[in-house]
Design a protein around this ligand. Structure first.
Ligand code: GFB
Length: 317
């Protein structure tokens, strides 16, 4: 591996959003680097408030920022709370990017999402598909906010020479995910349903939509590893995809989740619920060329996630 362009050793690094699934994984990964990790909770600084955010940045003066703070959720949450998804995300990223620039932050990594790409983008989706076609309607609000975030980074780079980069992860899962059925993504939703069915001896769980959409799933600790790698090695204006390069149908995912949980029943399909984008597989050629590749297979990642979830249920019940 080549020497990092931006070594983290000795630096003060703020993980914005450290209580979320992604932020917590970044903190876990940074604990292996020789840097000082900075965090602040919502009760102290509401990142939606510009003065609070800018004051905190001015006082703390981090060297580097991982911008993992966001309002996130699955297909139904996105579709039913469009104002929260567009407002919260626009304002959080604007406050942090502008505040980081004013506070002299040397490097910032903004986290987007693969839903920024056009609904019918050619697969696998390369970075240059951005803004070439209409978005998926169920998550267009979130996608517009995330597109604005990556353009903010580009604009501050162009006007001020700021080393602000952005990464686009594919669908994520892992320890610390949200298992609430009304707002979660598909992996924790199917895991929670399969676990409950197994516990209660129910014969069947419900899958939303047709089960035919294809998705790519990245284990969150792999994402954190990629982000630390990019922070140290990547300094380009163009966003960069982070994924595994492989996808499965939702039906295949349900089989894998059932296997991880030990649920032996069947599946029913709720056609009243949306399918969303038919396929969302990222082209991971660029990040591979930068020397990073995902290490956790879906089976292994689902087993680790279920171990965390079982433990979490035991701790909280
Ligand atoms: O994970 P998910 O909510 O996000 O849904 P998206 C993925 C697919 O799984 C959809 C199906 O086709 C869902 O209909 N699915 C099946 C389920 N059963 C369930 C279930 O019980 N719960 C959920 N949630 N889905 C999100 C975007 O889209 O992806 C966000 O809305 C973000 O903006 C995120 O980009 C990564 O992949 O459809």
């Amino acid at each position: 591996m080549t020497e990092p362009r931006y070594p983290l050793a000795g630096r003060r690094v703020w993980v914005a959003g450290h209580r979320g699934m992604v932020g917590a994984a970044i903190v876990r990964r940074l604990e292996r680097e020789d840097c000082e990790i900075l965090t602040v909770g919502r009760e102290t600084v509401d990142l939606r408030r510009q003065a609070e955010t800018e004051d905190w940045l001015a006082e703390t003066r981090p060297d580097a920022v991982f911008l993992a703070a966001a309002t996130v959720g699955g297909i139904l949450a996105n579709d039913s709370r469009p104002a929260d998804f567009i407002y919260d995300n626009l304002v959080i990223e604007t406050n942090i990017v502008h505040g980081a620039h004013k506070a002299g932050v040397g490097k910032l990594l903004f986290l987007g999402s693969s839903c920024i790409y056009p609904r019918m983008a050619p697969q696998p989706i390369s970075e240059d598909a951005l803004l070439t076609g209409p978005l998926e309607p169920t998550n267009q609000w979130y996608a517009i906010a995330k597109i604005a975030g990556l353009k903010l980074c580009e604009a501050y780079r162009r006007q001020h020479g700021a080393d602000f980069i952005s990464a686009m992860p594919t669908n994520l899962y892992g320890p610390g995910d949200n298992f609430d059925l009304a707002s979660s993504h598909v992996v924790p939703a199917l895991m929670a349903k399969a676990h409950r069915a197994k516990t209660e001896g129910a014969g069947e769980i419900v899958i939303w939509g047709s089960g035919t959409p294809r998705r790519e799933f990245l284990y969150v600790d792999d994402l954190a590893d990629a982000l630390v790698h990019l922070m140290q090695h990547y300094s380009e204006a163009e966003t960069i995809n982070v994924g595994t390069g492989e996808d499965v149908t939702i039906r295949e995912l349900a089989d894998r989740v059932a296997e991880a949980v030990g649920f032996e029943g069947g599946f029913a399909y709720d056609s009243e619920k949306p399918d969303g984008t038919p396929r969302k597989l990222l082209d991971v050629g660029r990040i591979r060329a930068f020397g990073w590749q995902a290490g956790t297979g879906l089976r292994e990642g689902l087993a680790a996630t279920y171990a965390w979830y079982s433990d979490h249920l035991a701790r909280t019940s």
